[in-house]
Design a protein around this ligand. Structure first.
Ligand code: HEC
Ligand code: HEC
Length: 331
């Protein structure tokens, strides 16, 4: 048996021999979710718990039905948890775990450095179809406290396993809303309803939100939201829907996830003004951002439903000229 020192030396030589491109990236920080119940009943503990409550019952604090009109920041009765599953603690459920350690970060949508407050307000104006929260206000501070707590022990700049949404293979064909309706009727309609309106917890006007959130119509995310993009929605659905699904137990095939995402996102929903200003460096516009301006050579429909691979190839060239074509079919 070789002494440890020689083993280490052999390993070092072996490592040197491997071309950099073949080496594994450094392992992601392990997944841990700190427990809010273990925080003391002091100011920070209370703020974190309030932040969690804001994430889970957004509609009851800043929704369109709260009594104090000044507090109506959100334009719909969703909660952040409608899409950041289990209060943002679910692996590949659009989690908030580790997110704090990754901001400020460069964001192509704004072509600028974005703070985590900017990101919250991005979801306020799009996913929540409302208006931005004051950056120094008590609600934003509570969100920050909760996010900071959920990133306990995650070093700045590290990737965390389970962040974001699972990957889904891009189909070679366009996602098909008609096939998506069949998927919807089989797997989704029981909770989200034939009209996509979800099921309220109580009655309209009571600020109690939904047991099952609406997927289209007036009380859900608008056409500028991340979820309004078919690839983004397909990845969310693959890893999280029907409710109870995890990234390890996907119920739908990738194609079914794309088709049902196409069906949902072909339905009417609120419009966000000024989408043309998103992604000012047009080369970086995501391939599934289905609002103008569109890339030269690709229709509005292809940006919305695919096939996406040809647009991906064009985007990767990084120099694709962008057409000034304007149509009304976007989003
Ligand atoms: C309709 C679904 C939806 C709702 C509701 C929603 N979000 Fe999001 N959120 C997303 C998606 C999708 C992304 C990631 C994709 C993107 O837009 O770039 C995201 C991203 C984020 C991020 C950045 C996460 C990261 O990994 O960098 C933060 C922070 C965030 N949301 C906060 C919130 C808060 C706070 C609320 C409630 C006030 C909220 N979101 C409500 C869908 C939603
Ligand atoms: C058993 C009930 C149930 C079923 C079935 C179900 N969902 Fe959901 N869905 C939920 C709940 C509850 C949420 C809120 C997030 C959470 O708690 O997981 C949600 C959230 C969502 C969201 C994000 C929030 C929003 O309002 O847009 C989408 C998109 C979605 N579901 C799509 C689907 C699709 C597509 C299917 C079928 C493949 C499906 N769901 C099946 C219960 C369900």
């Amino acid at each position: 048996m070789l002494p440890t020192a020689s083993l280490l030396a052999a390993a070092a030589v072996a490592a040197l021999a491997i071309p950099a491109s073949a080496q594994q990236p450094s392992p992601a920080t392990a997944w841990t979710v700190p427990d809010v119940n273990r925080l003391p009943d002091d100011k920070f503990g209370r703020l974190v718990r309030h932040g969690k409550d804001l994430v889970e019952r957004t509609y009851a604090h800043i929704g369109p039905e709260v009594k104090d009109a000044v507090r109506r920041y959100s334009g719909n009765n969703l909660s952040c948890s409608s899409c950041h599953v289990d209060a943002g603690t679910k692996k590949y459920g659009n989690t908030f775990v580790g997110v704090f350690a990754d901001y400020p970060q460069y964001r192509p949508r704004e072509d600028d450095i974005q703070t985590i407050e900017d990101r919250v307000n991005g979801c306020m104006e799009r996913s929540m179809a409302g208006r931005p929260l004051p950056v120094d206000g008590p609600d934003m501070r509570a969100f920050l406290a909760y996010f900071k707590f959920l990133s306990s022990g995650v070093p700045v700049g590290t990737a965390i396993e389970g962040r974001g949404l699972p990957k889904a293979a891009l189909p070679d064909r366009a996602a098909d809303p008609a096939r998506g309706k069949a998927v919807y009727d089989a797997f989704c309609v029981a909770c989200h309803g034939a009209e996509g309106a979800g099921q309220r917890a109580g009655v309209p006007g009571d600020a109690k939100g939904y047991n099952f959130p609406p997927l289209w119509g007036p009380d859900t995310y608008n056409n500028g939201a991340g979820m309004a993009r078919v690839i983004m929605a397909a990845r969310f659905i693959k890893g999280n829907m029907p409710k109870g699904t995890t990234h390890e137990t996907a119920v739908l095939t990738d194609e079914q996830a794309f088709d049902v995402a196409a069906y949902i996102n072909s339905q009417p929903r609120g419009a966000k003004a000024g989408l043309e200003a998103d992604f000012p460096d047009r080369r970086k516009k995501p391939v599934d951002a289905a609002f103008p301006p569109y890339r030269a050579g690709f229709t509005a429909d292809q940006h919305k439903y695919g096939p996406f691979k040809p647009i991906v190839r064009e985007r990767e060239k990084g120099l694709a000229p962008v057409g000034a074509v304007r149509t009304t079919t976007g989003g």
